[in-house]
Design a protein around this ligand. Structure first.
Ligand code: FE
Ligand code: FE
Length: 190
């Protein structure tokens, strides 16, 4: 049994305003994707609600917390510590006893970068974060429509959008996003 009140109370200590509204929408989107694709529904909701638990921590705090736990795996994270808010959230939630299910923690950990070999729950949460109804950036509607029929297809589309955005901006690309996208592509039925 999930203690939603306890999760909401902890979340309220970390996030405010639009970020709180965002995670609540991700919870609902993750639930409907989980129902559609047969992922564990309650786990998807917990991961959706808690995925940005560390999103409001300053960059230097994220980097320090990540280093302390040896969670830094790619140079892009040193440059852009915001990338660490997933791994740090998973670590904090586990240590604080707020989330104990390993698959839920993994979905939270990899919700920003993705990773090769990501499981169904991880895919659902990653995509829910991208297509929740508050997302209005170019391409979101197309990915949302694809998510109605093809989970991996929607993920590839969304990751391609992310990579194109990063290249256009001249930002570093996290190795795991490239690997996740290639992994998804190589598993497509031809
Ligand atoms: Fe996030
Ligand atoms: Fe998010």
């Amino acid at each position: 049994m999930v203690d939603w009140e306890r999760l909401e109370a902890a979340l309220g200590q970390q996030l405010q305003g639009p970020r709180l509204e965002h995670v609540r929408r991700v919870r609902l989107t993750a639930r409907s994707l989980a129902e559609r694709y047969g992922a564990p529904v309650e786990a998807a909701e917990v991961a959706g609600l808690m995925h940005d638990y560390a999103r409001s921590l300053p960059g230097e705090t994220l980097l320090a917390e990540a280093r302390k736990r040896q969670l830094v795996i790619d140079p892009s994270e040193e440059q852009e510590p915001g990338l660490l808010h997933g791994p740090v959230a998973a670590a904090l939630l586990e240590e604080q006893g707020l989330v104990t299910d390993p698959a839920t923690l993994e979905a939270i950990r990899w919700h920003t970068t993705g990773r090769p070999g990501m499981g169904l729950l991880e895919k659902v949460v990653w995509l829910a974060d991208y297509i929740e109804p508050g997302r209005t950036f170019p391409g979101a509607a197309k990915v949302r429509a694809e998510a109605e029929k093809d989970l991996d297809g929607a993920l590839i589309m969304a990751m391609d959008n992310c990579l194109q955005f990063l290249i256009n901006k001249g930002y570093l690309i996290h190795l795991y996003t490239v690997k996740a996208r290639n992994w998804l592509l190589t598993r497509r039925p031809s």
